[in-house]
Design a protein. Structure first.
Length: 279
């Protein structure tokens, strides 16, 4: 496993994820992706910060169902500001059936870190989160320990964690946001704890690590296979995110995993009115 990969080899699509309490959350690829659920009108926040995801698929808290930000005069802005979620170009108003979590709950983190790493298609990360964890920020999986158990680590520290099922045990600088000073992963689950910002279960930190890993995979495959298109490099990079080393050329990569991501991607893009890439 190369240092640039943030994720393990055999978890992901179709895998079962377990929540923080040890209960299983559905990782099955069967069934519907999302539903416009509950009439409560409540919203779900990612980690106590963002409340961008409307559970009932109705208007955002601003009262504007278009998703466009408004200035003081009440007129709509020209468009999304890169790295922000006001307005939110990824907003679908949908809810993950298996977990009941708004699929829009983590859009701010996705947009912020996609912009920070120059990733061309933030919506693809929303689809990856669906495949990896069904938007369960406390998901834990990979009993197979895809990168083994580093010296001095426990098996508990060596699995796949959070929204993007990142695997700190795989090593590499991209995992540094969720590592403690002693080099072990921060597995804090208490949002009130002082080390929560660097926890692998903190949505912002987890998405940071996941997107950084894909971006580093992109850099690697660009060097290995020059001349591919931007969209091909995206597919190659996320295929390696799931199973590092499966990318063989511009057109030979981990299509099994990528296709499961693209199923969710197309549904989310359609619901959000997002300009989907032609993967």
């Amino acid at each position: 496993m190369a240092a640039a990969s943030a994720c393990g080899s055999s978890h992901g699509a179709g895998g079962e994820n377990t929540g923080a309490d040890g209960s299983a959350s559905s990782g099955s690829s069967s069934g519907g992706f999302v539903s416009s659920a509950s009439s409560s009108g409540s919203t779900l926040a990612s980690d106590g910060g963002s409340s961008s995801g409307a559970v009932d698929g109705g208007p955002s808290s601003s009262g504007d169902s278009s998703g466009a930000a408004k200035d003081a005069s009440g007129s709509a802005d020209a468009g999304p500001v890169p790295g922000t979620c006001n307005p939110d170009p990824l907003r679908t108003g949908l809810t993950a059936l298996q977990t009941g979590v708004s699929v829009d709950a983590f859009d701010c983190a996705i947009l912020k870190w996609s912009a920070a790493y120059g990733e061309p298609d933030p919506m693809i990360f929303k689809a990856i989160i669906y495949v990896e964890s069904r938007f369960d920020a406390m998901a834990v999986a990979c009993p197979n320990l895809p990168c083994g158990t580093p010296s001095g680590w426990t098996a508990t520290e060596s699995g796949c964690f959070g929204l993007m099922q990142v695997v700190p045990a795989c090593g590499g600088a991209t995992n540094s946001p969720v590592l403690q000073p002693n080099g072990h992963p921060d597995l804090e689950k208490d949002a009130a704890a002082s080390d929560w910002p660097g926890s692998v279960f903190n949505a912002d930190a987890n998405v940071h690590v996941g997107i950084a890993g894909v971006a580093d995979n992109r850099r690697q495959v660009q060097m290995q296979f020059p001349g591919c298109t931007v969209d091909q490099y995206t597919m190659m990079a996320i295929g390696n995110y799931n199973s590092y080393g499966t990318t063989m050329s511009c057109t030979v990569y981990n299509t099994s995993y990528d296709n499961s991501v693209l199923q969710a991607y197309r549904q989310y893009a359609s619901a959000a009115g997002y300009a989907a890439h032609g993967y």
